[in-house]
Design a protein around this ligand. Structure first.
Ligand code: MSP
Length: 470
């Protein structure tokens, strides 16, 4: 039996409501998961919540709530958004899950016994937004590049995880694509980092943060995000922390992440696994940031575009389409409501919606419309794009057919043919029906609801308008 395809999103911080940055990652993972399922692969798709750490502890306090109550509420908001966005995940990971906490403690105990985790002292700049100490090259004018804030200077006792001994092996894994990082520019970036810097041991615990998992060998410390959250990729599969019994889905096939957390995913995470003797991920798929006003959109910066506003305006598939077609996968995307509305009108209302309704209207004048759906196969070029994780190009491939067909209608003028050349009319409409069935088929991973609507309309021979102009 072949191993299920295992794909993950990050586990998101539960310090507030989700926004379209999180939605971007999760929709992309959902598209890939659906694509794999359509190729008859068994898929395990996990997303989830990262619930510990200082940032969340502080936010809960500000809201006058207990941390657990606060994260429970935010988990519900994320899950609600995933439901609205038609995200078909297999399991939702939570780092406050007791089974997860137990597994993390088991791992920490083991690493401590083997001297891989040791007590030390750390002095450095701690960014609460990132929930980690930042190195000098990660700061610009003394500020964290991600959060535009001066990190707090901390001097404290901490437990550290050894990194240096694993650096060479890690570098080789990335060079040989045993740990594949894509798009290529991110692999290059990681390689040059690993070739030029010596990895420092990383702090894995905090002494004065109560909202975390207590270290089993020193309960005055808690561990949090980096270690805790990473291990959720394993515990969500039911892993108990026993390195000799790994879940059937392991190793993970694709981990989709924003570029902000690439470096930790390409260093701390695989090295943690290597220490445990557990196989490393096969692929890290990094994407760029959604910018708003030229800056990374984030709750910490307070410049978010609301997912609910998008959903209200564009609907579920409109939102999925706008996010996935917003630009080259891997690059930063600068979005504004205005540009998104233009795109919605041009590509969905006028492009696809118009094509489907025109063709079905014309087809109602045929004696026997051919509404047979094509086979389950995807055309090779389309397959290549998706297998290469070029999601935006996959959509372009489909929209090429849409605009070619709209052009074809203008050129052949079927409304005239129906009066003076019945045979040609028949030929033109059959071709268009076949194309629309293909479009519906190709849309499945991206816009599942629209795909179903078109398939139903083809059977019924009539369609409600798919996307209303706004
Ligand atoms: N909790 C950590 C991840 C731990 S994974 C073991 C974390 N959480 S987060 O809530 O900040 O989410 C970060 C991820 O959300 C990014 O990697 C990216 O996938 C997504 N995005 C958050 N803001 C984003 C943008 N503005 N643009 C695109 N995606 C971004 O980091």
């Amino acid at each position: 039996m072949s191993k299920p395809f295992y794909i993950t999103t990050p586990v998101y911080y539960m310090n507030g409501a989700p926004h379209i940055g999180h939605a971007y990652t999760t929709v992309a993972a959902d598209v890939l998961a659906r694509f794999k399922k359509l190729q008859e692969e068994e898929v395990f798709f996990s997303t989830g919540a990262d619930e510990h750490g200082l940032k969340i502890q502080r936010k809960a306090k500000e809201a006058g709530k207990e941390p657990q109550e606060f994260v429970d509420e935010n988990v519900a908001r994320f899950q609600e958004l995933w439901r609205k966005l038609d995200i078909d995940y297999t399991k939702f990971a939570r780092t406050t899950d007791p089974a997860h906490k137990q597994a993390v403690q088991k791992v920490l105990q083991d690493l401590h016994e083997r001297g891989i985790i040791y007590k030390g002292f750390y002095e450095g700049r701690y960014c609460v937004g990132c929930e980690r100490f930042k190195t000098d090259d990660e700061l610009a004018d003394g500020k964290c590049r991600e959060h535009n804030m001066i990190p707090e200077l901390l001097k404290e006792e901490t437990y550290l995880m050894k990194m240096a001994a694993a650096q060479k092996e890690l570098l080789e894994k990335i060079e040989s694509n045993a740990l594949h990082i894509t798009p290529e520019k991110y692999k290059t970036e990681m390689l040059s980092f690993l070739r030029s810097e010596n990895l420092q041991d990383v702090s894995i615990s905090r002494k004065h943060v109560s909202w975390g998992i207590p270290l089993p060998f020193d309960e005055s410390h808690t561990t949090y995000v980096w270690v805790d959250a990473f291990l959720s990729y394993l515990t969500v599969l039911g892993w108990s922390g026993d390195k000799n019994t790994l879940p059937a889905e392991w190793p993970v096939d694709a981990q989709i992440i924003g570029k902000d957390i690439l470096r930790v995913h390409a260093t701390i995470w695989p090295i943690l696994l290597m220490h445990l003797g557990v196989p490393t991920p096969k692929l890290l798929l990094a994407h760029g940031h959604i910018l708003s006003g030229g800056k990374k959109m984030s709750k910490t910066l307070g410049n978010v575009i609301s997912a609910d506003e998008m959903l209200e305006k564009f609907g579920v598939d409109g939102t999925r389409y706008i996010l996935m077609s917003a630009g080259t996968f891997g690059d930063d995307l600068d979005l504004t409501m205005e540009r998104m509305t233009e795109k919605y009108n041009a590509d969905l209302a006028n492009g696809l919606g118009n094509l489907v309704s025109r063709v079905l209207k014309l087809a109602s004048q045929l004696k026997a419309p051919n509404s047979k759906l094509p086979t389950k196969q995807f055309p090779k070029n389309f397959l290549d794009l998706l297998n290469d994780y070029k999601l935006d190009e996959g959509l372009k491939y489909i929209w090429n057919i849409v605009s070619e067909d709209n052009k074809y209608i203008e050129e052949t003028k079927p409304w005239e043919l129906v009066k003076n050349d019945k045979a040609k009319f028949e030929e033109v409409i059959q071709k268009l029906l076949k194309d629309i069935a293909l479009i519906a088929h190709l849309l499945q991973p991206f816009l599942p609801e629209t795909s179903r609507k078109i398939e139903t309309a083809l059977q019924a021979g009539a369609v409600e308008p798919l996307f209303q102009r706004i």
